[in-house]
Design a protein around this ligand. Structure first.
Ligand code: NAP
Length: 429
């Protein structure tokens, strides 16, 4: 049988991982796809450079136009990353009549509407299992396995870099900067880590999951986002003392007819499985009205785990070539996101104050004025006449906490507001 010919754009972590799997499992993949699959071209910047994964002569090319003009190439795998030229190549491939597999969450989250409109106009398909949570088949779970449900809640640890850093801080008491440096030296974090540590990457992935789960386009730029760079070893130790681990959670929830989304470091009860997702692993919990709660866990990045997701998409496109495009969500209405500051939560508030009589009373009174009641408060004195106050609040709105923080900053005995983090509420009823 004549193989289906494909091209891979990019031969880095994901491109080479997918290529290896396609070669190493060629026979089984041909059986599962009901047709052999051959990689005809791989686009790189420098085709003369020696590569860790060898390819037959003539497969590497520096010309996207050559791929585009080749009528035998039916599927293009976009594994370049970034906005351009990845987006332009994706649109051009679709317009040229090719299906596209992508692992590029940034391009998909920011330009999903345009990509899917182009695909629909061209009668082509996009598959993107590798774009969220690496090897975990969460896209397929939402698109296929859970379609009987109204999705109520999605909570994910979706970024391996930040999870590695927080795990190192938890397990070895490291400070943020030291853990970040270690992540960089091991290749888990980029030289410029801001996309990961400031929560952008998690927001892109959350936007994709929420778009699928809640059936409407979610713009990642509108998701309230806080990264992990303000989390200190002291926060981690104090959270631990009170039974919590700090995790960067990407959360989407439908409540009272509104959609609430956020990416923020949160305190997760140690007994919950999400608190025990460590290192570079990812996990996603999904709650549906029929299925209840389920959790998917696995490697969220890396050549073979992400390659596994990418190749599963290629197999699907080859096996079901006539399936009509069903991803109407990105072309459809944009989701109204509710004011996330109104979403009630319990909070962890860490302050540094002067150790003077009456301080605690004044703070409690002021919080009360803002409608915040204290669940517990503890203080630790240092030798310099200062006290660290740790306050756990009862449920209150984020807007109240922000207003109270503004007032705290004006109080003469408050030296600093070290951190304010929400407590994750776990599963609902
Ligand atoms: N890494 C992961 O574990 C992971 C997991 C899930 C999703 N993703 C996503 O997958 C995509 C690829 O990530 P990656 O980690 O594989 O990236 P990577 O290791 O940096 O590889 C990128 C590849 O693209 C090539 N490339 C970049 N710009 C090019 C251009 N203008 N023309 C030709 N070739 C170009 C590079 O060529 P050279 O080899 O010549 O430099 C390189 O081979 C990104 O969207 C990423 O977010 C990655």
């Amino acid at each position: 049988m004549k193989p289906v010919e494909i091209a891979i754009l990019g031969f880095g972590t994901v491109g080479s991982g997918a290529y290896r799997i396609l070669n190493e499992h060629a026979k089984a993949i041909a059986r599962r796809a009901a047709c052999p699959i051959a990689v005809k071209r791989i686009l790189v910047r420098d085709a003369s450079r020696e590569r860790a994964v060898p390819t037959p002569p003539g497969v590497l090319t520096e010309s996207f136009e050559e791929i585009l003009a080749d009528p035998d190439i039916r599927i293009v795998v976009e594994a370049l990353g970034g906005e351009e030229p990845a987006l332009g190549y994706t649109l051009a491939a679709l317009e040229a009549g090719k299906d596209v597999v992508t692992a590029n969450k940034l391009a998909l989250a920011l330009h999903g509407r345009r990509i899917f409109e182009t695909a629909r106009a061209a009668g082509r398909r996009i598959a993107f299992e590798g774009a969220v949570a690496g090897g975990i088949p969460v896209i397929r779970a939402l698109r296929e396995g859970l379609t009987a449900n109204n999705i109520e809640r999605i909570t994910g640890i979706l970024n391996g870099t930040t999870n590695f850093i927080l795990s190192a801080m938890t397990d070895r008491g490291m400070e943020y900067q030291d853990a970040l440096r270690e992540a960089q030296s091991l290749g888990y974090a980029e030289a410029d880590p801001s996309a990961d540590v400031e929560g952008f990457d998690a927001a892109y992935k959350l936007a994709i999951l929420a778009s699928l789960g809640f059936e409407g386009y979610v713009d990642p730029r509108r998701i309230p986002r806080k990264g992990i760079s303000t989390v200190t070893a002291q926060d981690i130790a104090l959270a631990d003392k009170f039974g919590y681990r700090i995790k960067l959670l990407a959360g989407a929830e439908r409540a009272d007819g509104s959609l609430h989304l956020s990416v923020t470091p949160s305190l997760v009860p140690k007994g919950h499985p999400l608190a025990n997702v460590n290192g570079a692993y990812n996990a996603v919990t999904i709650e549906g009205d029929s299925v209840g709660q389920l959790m998917l866990y696995g490697k969220g990045a890396g050549d073979l785990p992400t390659g596994s997701a990418v190749v599963s998409d290629i197999i699907e496109l080859v096996r079901f070539p006539d399936l009509s495009e069903s991803e109407i969500i990105w072309q459809d209405r944009e989701m109204e996101l509710s004011d996330s500051t109104a979403r009630p939560s319990e909070y962890y508030v860490r302050l540094l104050v002067k150790d003077l009589p009456g301080v605690l009373g004044q703070i409690a009174t002021m919080l009360g004025v803002h409608g915040i009641s204290i669940a517990t408060v503890t203080q630790e004195l240092d030798n310099a006449g200062r006290a660290t106050l740790l306050i756990f609040t009862h449920e209150c709105e984020r807007s109240s906490v922000e207003a109270a923080a503004g007032t705290l900053r004006t109080m003469p005995f408050v030296l600093s507001i070290a951190n304010i983090l929400p407590l994750w509420a776990g599963t609902r009823g």
